[in-house]
Design a protein around this ligand. Structure first.
Ligand code: HEC
Length: 136
C-alpha cells in the first residue's frame, strides 16, 4: 500500500513535467494573449489618418498665401510652424483652425494675421494637422 502511494508521488511530477512541456513557448515570442491585448484596428489607424491629413494640409498651405508670412523654422511676419507646433497640441485643433479663418493678433505680438474668409473649416483643420506635425 505505502509502496503504491510512493510510486504515485514519484510518477506525478514526471507526468506534470511531461504535460507542461507541451505548453512551453519560445522565450520572447508573442503568445495568444499578446495578440488579444494588441491595440484595436481603429487605434492603429488614427496616426495614419493624421499623417494623411497633414500631407493634404501641406499642399493647401503651399497653394495659399501662408508662406508669405510663415516659414517652417524661422520667425518672419508670423511665428514659424515649428514654434506654433511647440506651443499647441491636437486638442487646440478647433481653436487654431478658426484662427486661420478669422485672423487676429495678440498671441505672438501686435502684428495681426490676415483673415482667410474663403477657407473652409475642414481645409483649415488640415493645415493645422500639417503645422502640428512639424513638432520636433
Ligand atoms: C499677413 C501675414 C500672414 C499670413 C498671410 C498668414 N499668417 Fe498666420 N500668422 C501671422 C501672424 C502675424 C501671426 C501671429 C498672430 C498673433 O499673434 O495672434 C500668425 C499666427 C498664426 C498661427 C498661430 C495662431 C495662434 O493663435 O497662436 C497659425 C496656426 C497660423 N498663423 C497659420 C497660418 C496659415 C495656415 C496661413 C495660410 C492660410 C497663415 N497663417 C497666413 C501672419 C500671417
Amino acid at each position: 500500500m505505502t509502496y503504491k502511494i510512493l510510486k504515485c508521488i514519484c510518477i506525478l511530477p514526471l507526468i506534470m513535467a511531461c504535460s507542461e512541456k507541451e505548453n512551453v513557448s519560445i522565450q520572447g515570442a508573442p503568445t495568444f494573449d499578446t495578440y488579444t491585448e494588441a491595440p484595436k484596428i481603429q487605434e492603429v489607424a488614427k496616426p495614419i489618418d493624421t499623417l494623411k491629413l497633414a500631407a493634404e494640409g501641406k499642399v493647401l498651405i503651399e497653394k495659399a498665401d501662408c508662406l508669405g508670412c510663415h516659414k517652417l523654422n524661422e520667425t518672419m511676419i508670423g511665428p514659424s510652424y515649428v514654434d506654433v507646433a511647440k506651443k499647441y497640441d491636437y486638442k487646440d485643433l478647433n481653436y487654431l483652425a478658426k484662427k486661420i479663418v478669422d485672423g487676429g493678433s495678440g498671441v505672438w505680438g501686435a502684428v495681426p494675421m490676415a483673415a482667410h474668409n474663403g477657407l473652409s473649416q475642414e481645409n483649415s483643420q488640415k493645415m493645422v494637422y500639417y503645422i502640428l506635425s512639424t513638432k520636433k
